[in-house]
Structure formats: structure tokens, C-alpha cells
Design a protein around this ligand. Structure first.
Ligand code: BEZ
Length: 211
């Protein structure tokens, strides 16, 4: 059964390029992003891992720990890291889990046999500080992910946890939001002092409340 939004993120212990990781303990009170890579020494993964290292400060700002996983062993990852650092001109600054026993890949359903029997697809799991899975995305091996979109999803999750809003199509931090339909106009008055525009009774647009 595939993992679903709202479920507890499976816990595991696994070796990584930064030592052993007991996942839930390692996350502590942070958000987490766990993302899989089909294989070491592959071109798209090399660019992805380098890009995440480059924008790691953006994850830190949002209290998010990032961890990659690939079905190769840690000694292979360590050799690969030299290539990532050299070609992407960045120092690796977060762990890659070794997963040659596929413990993590199987727990999280990252191997899709109809795509490939042995390699993972490009999965991303967004995990909140209570260890709940809050969002997931899945791409095939041939399509590198947009990590700015991953930051955008985190911004939306963290905002909508705090305020009774949802974020519309292509929303970015700082842009107008939607007041959740379940909130009455009466209750909205105190929560959204900047006011809102009612396009339909179910479609009320308000400035982002924390900006
Ligand atoms: C890559 O990361 O470049 C890749 C990995 C597996 C299949 C195709 C591409």
C-alpha cells in the first residue's frame, strides 16, 4: 500500500555519508524533505544533488532538513560526491543515505517496477515536525526536479498551517491567498484585517496574512 498524505512517515535506521541516521531522531523538531535518486554516477542526479547543496540555506531558513537516498552503498556515494562537488562547483552539505538493501526505498515505495525493477524513481516526501507526510511528488528518472517548486510547496504548507488560507495556482510567497471556504465572512473579519475580495462566495482573495 503506497504511503498517503496524513500518514506517519516510516522511521528507519540507515547509514549515510554523514554517519548513521535514525530518521525520526535525526529530524527532531524540524520539517524534512526525503528525496530519492535512481543511481550514483548518473548525470541528472548529479545536477540535482548539486543544486540542493547550493540552495540548502533556503531549506535551513524554513527549518527543513534535507536528505537524499540512492540504492547504492555509502562508499559509492562518497566517490560520487567528489564528482558532484567538482562538476557542480559546490560543497555537499547534507547526507545521502546508502540504501543497497533497499530498506528506505521499499518502506517509501520509491521503486516502481513498471518503470524499473531495481532503481528508484525521483520521489520527494515532505514531512512535518509531527512526522506526518504532508505532500509527495514523483517524477521519472529522465526528468530532473524543480527544487524551487519544492521550496514553494514548503512555503505553502507552513503558511496554511498557520492561517486559514489556501494557496492558488502558481502562488509564490508574498502573493495573494484564498480564504478557506469553511470560514464564514463573520469569522474572516477578525482573521483577515486587511480585508478580501469576494469573486464568488467560495472564492475570497486576501493579501498573504503574514506579509
Ligand atoms: C540520471 O540521473 O541522469 C538518470 C538516472 C537514471 C536513468 C536516467 C537518467
Amino acid at each position: 500500500m503506497a504511503i498517503q498524505i496524513g500518514e506517519q512517515a516510516p522511521d528507519f535506521s540507515q547509514e549515510s555519508t554523514q554517519g548513521s541516521i535514525k530518521f525520526h531522531d535525526w529530524l527532531g523538531g524540524s520539517w524534512g524533505v526525503l528525496f530519492s535518486h535512481p543511481k550514483d554516477f548518473t548525470p541528472v542526479c548529479t545536477t540535482e544533488l548539486g543544486y540542493v547543496a547550493r540552495i540548502k540555506g533556503e531549506f535551513d531558513k524554513r527549518n527543513v532538513k534535507v536528505v537524499a537516498v540512492s540504492v547504492d552503498p555509502v562508499d559509492s556515494h562518497n566517490k560520487w560526491i567528489a564528482d558532484i562537488e567538482d562538476t557542480q562547483k559546490i560543497k555537499m552539505n547534507y547526507p545521502i543515505l546508502g540504501d543497497s538493501d533497499r530498506k528506505v526505498s521499499d518502506l517509501y515505495g520509491m521503486i516502481h517496477p513498471k518503470a524499473n525493477d531495481t532503481l528508484t524513481v525521483r520521489s520527494v516526501f515532505f514531512i512535518d515536525p509531527t512526522k506526518k507526510v504532508r505532500a509527495m511528488i514523483t517524477y521519472p528518472a529522465s526528468t530532473g526536479r524543480n527544487f524551487d517548486e519544492i521550496l514553494r510547496v514548503i512555503d505553502s504548507l507552513q503558511l496554511t498551517d498557520q492561517y486559514k488560507v489556501a494557496t492558488p495556482a502558481n502562488w509564490k510567497d508574498g502573493e495573494d491567498c484564498i480564504i478557506v471556504p469553511a470560514l464564514s465572512d463573520e469569522d474572516a473579519k477578525s482573521r483577515f484585517p486587511k480585508g478580501w475580495k469576494t469573486l464568488r462566495p467560495y472564492l475570497r482573495v486576501t493579501p498573504q496574512p503574514n506579509k
